[in-house]
Design a protein around this ligand. Structure first.
Ligand SMILES: [Zn+2]
Length: 272
């Protein structure tokens, strides 16, 4: 991908697209192979910098560039765990006319969903639980008032989703979202209240859906251990070469401990 971008007509005729996504996997690959603080990583980042400089040079006014990682990395070049260095990443944004300086805080990766929907002029997807990132309001007029309008659409979409789910445990959240919509329609300045409520709904739902089911986990662990002993039994009765037995047992034992906690990845810091 990088080679194509460097060699070809970088962005091509603009009329042909409204969104370009480039997945530059090399940084992750170099981090795994050599570690994030290696000289090889410095070389890779310098290459990425020159690519971004070229993209910026060829961008015209009204085009937004977003550069972000989907996860971080430990000093030893791993990710998938729950350390902040693995779960947190950076979002860099560049917009030639300049982004409005609106109050904002670290966002969640899922907040990109309503933000990109707004930027592309699309409806917010039905199952979205993200909150629009106010710093990306690019339109004219009163930005804070417009952000409140987008928050209202955002919270109405989440309400519609909750109503479709129809779970009694979410009925008080649904009521709060309905009340917030009524309040918005009266013309009051409630942007911060809307933001707090969307964050609250987001936290409740994310906590609800990332709960671990311990009985099923213990059952799964039991199946894994039983399968290990089943392999031992088969090897003992059907394989006579001790080297082959050791290799198979080694691979099987190692696989029992290969776990990952990818569900924790998701916080981004903003650099605008
Ligand atoms: Zn990776």
């Amino acid at each position: 991908m990088t080679r194509l971008l460097f060699q070809g007509d970088l962005l091509g005729p603009k009329a042909e697209y409204s969104l370009v996504i480039a997945h530059l996997l090399g940084v992750d690959h170099v981090g795994h192979s050599y570690s994030p603080s290696s000289p090889q990583m410095a070389g890779k980042l310098a290459q990425m910098d020159s690519l971004l400089r070229r993209v910026v040079r060829e961008m015209d006014n009204g085009t937004l560039l977003m550069v972000l990682g989907d996860h971080g990395m430990t000093d030893s070049g791993n990710h998938g765990g729950s350390q902040p260095s693995e779960t947190d990443t950076l979002l860099f944004a560049y917009y030639p006319p300049g982004l409005p300086t609106l109050p904002d805080a670290p966002a969640k990766q899922i907040d990109l969903v309503p933000t990109l929907a707004y930027l592309l002029g699309l409806h917010i997807p039905f199952c979205n639980l993200g909150k629009f990132i106010p710093a990306f309001y690019l339109g004219p007029g009163d930005p804070l008032g417009q952000v409140s309008r987008i928050y209202d659409a955002n919270s109405q979409q989440i309400l519609q989703y909750l109503q479709t789910l129809g779970k009694p445990e979410f009925s008080s959240l649904e009521e709060e979202l309905r009340n917030m919509h009524r309040k918005y329609q009266t013309g009051q300045q409630i942007r911060e209240e809307q933001e707090t409520l969307i964050r609250k709904v987001q936290q409740v739902l994310l906590a609800q859906w990332s709960q671990l089911h311990y009985p099923l986990m213990i059952l799964g662990l039991g199946v894994l251990i039983a399968s290990f002993f089943w392999v031992c039994y088969l090897l003992r009765n059907h394989v006579s070469h001790p080297g082959a037995v050791a290799v198979v047992l080694g691979i099987r034992g190692w696989s029992l401990f290969s776990v990952s906690a990818l569900r924790n990845e998701g916080t981004i810091s903003l650099s605008l």
